[in-house]
Write a protein that binds this ligand. Structure first.
Ligand code: PBG
Length: 421
């Protein structure tokens, strides 16, 4: 199949040709001034081939005239073929999969994924409208899902609970109830799968907060916009209790997503002083006040509540999307306070931040491919506008290229399946 066209625009040529190389090199030849072509048997055979090409090119009459003009800088080989005198041709390293895969700089594997699971206390699963393919799992369904993920080579999962309204409060005390939903689920997962999976937990008050905030809200209205303040130090104390309850239940990794100042060091000390020096801390280091968390908040019913007291957004603790240098300040603190890994969140719109942390810190970096990013891919794929498998795997690979070692993604199990196919 020959496809292509040539046109004359203000004295210069624009040549759009498909990747059919042999044919296109012939197509270039016709652009040479005819006077310079040899009148030989070779040349007439060549001319015949050219006209075959031309018929395929569906040139218009105007374009035929235009082709008599010479093109500045292009040379001719001895046989009359067009020659771009170019020694370095990067395409040579892309010419077949054997070479491409040899020089490939990044690969994404199931081992890189952390699989987030929404869980609730009801006795059947519930679909999440804005996150097709994700569900709020019952305990039993969660256990099954963990098993399926592990079977695909995903050895890290993270739990996000939807907590019944009657257990929520401003101080979120349910978050450290040793008999609460999450501690009991952690111990069930650990007793069923033991060492074949790392159970990660979210450390933040929002699933347990009746204000829909990651921290406790003051009643003094001395905060942003005349609303309550998100109390930093009082919240850190709750987070320490929460992390400890999770560690006691068997959590392998605790991941504070709250963005309070000083919480990494405080949680490290709380864990260590209770004997949990082996429990890892993955710090949400650069967590932005992002609009991409919408579907997640639907899933957990955890959005900031409309009230005269609660601030309507999380901008006084999560980072401003306009900033990048602040991410370095956070990274320096989290590293110094004992974090084992640094997380950037959201992922796709923040690849520059992943790269920035990768280049300026020495801890592993993880990217959170958040709910809104997932929803966008799903929505476009459902409409047939993109190929879901290809865009999802490309997205995950791009996190690696940007510098992420680990990727927290709702696609984890599915992507692992695709990679294992
Ligand atoms: C809250 C938390 C959020 C997410 C993970 N942990 C929401 C928020 O900060 O409001 C969002 C994840 C996602 O959108 O997928 N501690």
């Amino acid at each position: 199949m020959v496809k292509g066209s040539a046109m004359f625009v203000r004295g210069s040529f624009l040549l759009a040709v498909s990747s059919a190389l042999l044919v296109t090199s012939d197509a270039f030849v016709v652009l040479q001034p005819s006077a310079r072509l040899h009148k030989s048997a070779h040349a007439s055979a060549h001319a015949a081939r050219r006209s075959e090409c031309l018929s395929g090119l569906k040139m218009t009459a105007v374009e035929r005239n235009v082709m008599k003009e010479s093109i500045y800088g292009l040379k001719q080989r001895s046989n009359g073929d067009i020659w771009v005198p170019q020694r370095a041709r990067p395409r040579r390293n892309r010419k077949n999969e054997g070479l491409r895969s040899m020089v490939r700089e990044n690969r994404v594997e199931p081992a890189n994924f952390i699989y987030p699971l929404f869980v609730h206390t009801k006795d059947s699963n519930e679909k999440i409208d804005s996150m097709p393919g994700c569900e709020r799992h019952t305990e039993e369904s969660c256990l099954r899902e963990v098993g399926e993920a592990v079977a695909e080579g995903v050895s890290n999962i993270i739990l996000f609970p939807k907590i019944p309204e009657e257990l929520k409060s401003n101080s979120a005390d349910e978050c450290y109830n040793p008999a609460g939903f999450i501690p009991s689920l952690i111990s069930k997962i650990k007793s069923r799968y033991g060492g074949s999976v790392n159970v990660w937990t979210d450390v933040a008050l929002d699933p347990y907060s009746d204000q829909g905030h990651d921290g406790m809200v003051s009643t003094d209205k001395r905060g942003d916009g005349g609303k309550g303040r998100i109390l930093n130090d009082e919240t850190v104390e709750q987070l320490c209790r929460q992390a400890l309850a999770q560690a006691r239940a068997g959590a392998d990794v605790v991941a504070p997503s709250d963005m309070m100042d000083g919480r990494i060091g405080a949680i490290r000390d709380a864990l260590d002083s209770d004997g949990f020096t082996d429990v890892s801390i993955v710090a949400y280091t650069a967590k932005y006040a992002s609009a991409f968390y919408g579907p997640f908040r639907d899933a957990l019913d955890s959005a900031p509540r409309e009230s005269s007291n609660a601030p309507p957004n999380k901008k006084t603790y999560q980072m401003d999307p306009a900033n990048s240098r602040e991410a370095l300040v956070e990274a320096a603190l989290d590293s110094a306070e004992g974090a084992d890994m640094l997380m950037v969140k959201p992922g796709m719109p923040y690849l520059d931040i992943i790269k920035l942390l990768k280049d300026n810190t020495n801890l592993p970096i993880s990217a959170y491919h958040v709910s809104g990013e997932y929803a966008m891919l799903k929505a476009a794929a459902e409409r047939g506008w993109v190929n879901e498998r290809d865009v999802a795997l490309e997205t995950l690979l791009c996190f690696k290229r940007a510098g992420a070692d680990a990727i927290l993604t709702y696609y984890a199990k599915q992507a692992a399946r695709w990679l294992n196919e």
